[in-house]
Design a protein around this ligand. Structure first.
Ligand code: ADP
Ligand code: MG
Length: 258
């Protein structure tokens, strides 16, 4: 068996006296979707931050392909092919849908707006080939009719689709989604589930932080459960329902019908 694309080992981070994350270890193979779940305060967001360069652990390591990620800046990490989303979509508000995707394709999305705008103009002149690929992505996410619209004018649902289109345009090797189902209606939810599945089918590794357990059950190959900073269980979703530590952490929440 080949090594996983992402390997998190012994990740530990305290804020003052709070052990936000303690000795967190799990890995994510290419082509797989790994769910990261647990009650509020479990440490999920801290793990995402530490992996994507938004914060530095007290100890532990994160290997991504052949690179060690600890100590690297978020923009450096994103250019290595790791894309994360935030709970609220972060698009370039005053650029069109098309320009948002052109920027994503160049993986410049984390640079300052000014530099990005300069590059957007240069890309407009030079990179006609990108446009053809982006047209396919626009169709895939039902955004074709909105390609010249400013991102700021999109509805919440359309912004969520733009976020997924930006991920597709960037073509990352690892995608970390922070609560992609937050505030999403069932129709859009189904589309998001399909998009996650397609990213994995195309070979990307995906981590999904999500409270919507039916979504986790549907989309994830493996699930990592955290509570109070520690990984308390991992494996296929089906095995978690009977795990006393997991049931305990969710205080009797019915994992089959949340
Ligand atoms: P989750 O995303 O699973 O809800 P978090 O990673 O946000 O959990 O938080 C884990 C714990 O660390 C919580 O007790 C939270 O209050 C604490 N924490 C997270 N970030 C900070 C911070 N920047 N400063 C102080 N405490 C923090
Ligand atoms: Mg969180």
């Amino acid at each position: 068996m080949s090594a996983a694309l992402l390997e998190i080992e012994g990740l530990t981070k305290s804020f003052g006296g709070i052990h936000a994350v303690r000795k967190c270890t799990f890995s994510v193979p290419e082509g797989q979707v790994v769910g990261l779940i647990g009650p509020n305060g479990a440490g999920k967001s801290t793990v995402v931050d530490l992996v994507s360069g938004f914060g530095r652990p007290d100890s532990g390591s994160v290997r991504f392909g052949s690179e060690q990620l600890i100590g690297k800046r978020p923009d450096v990490i994103s250019r290595l092919g790791l894309i994360r989303t935030f709970q609220t979509p972060r698009e370039w508000r005053n650029l069109t849908v098309m320009d948002n995707l052109l920027l994503a394709r160049r993986r410049f999305a984390d640079e300052s707006l000014w530099r990005s705008m300069t590059r957007a103009r240069r890309i407009r002149r030079a990179e006609e080939a990108d446009r053809a690929e982006i047209r396919v992505i626009l169709e895939r996410f039902q955004l074709a009719g909105l390609k010249n619209e400013l991102a700021v004018r999109l509805s919440g649902g359309q912004k969520r689709l733009l976020e997924f289109a930006r991920i597709a345009a960037a073509g990352p090797r690892l995608i970390i989604l922070d609560e992609p189902m937050g505030g999403v209606n069932p129709v859009l939810g189904a589309r998001i589930g399909d998009a996650v599945g397609q990213f994995a089918a195309e070979g990307a590794a995906v981590i999904v932080v999500e409270h919507n357990l039916p979504f986790i059950e549907r989309t994830c190959d493996q699930v990592v459960v955290m509570d109070l900073g520690e990984v308390i269980a991992q494996g296929p979703f089906a095995g978690l329902r009977d795990n006393p530590r997991v049931v305990d952490a969710y205080l009797g929440m019915d994992l089959s019908h949340e």
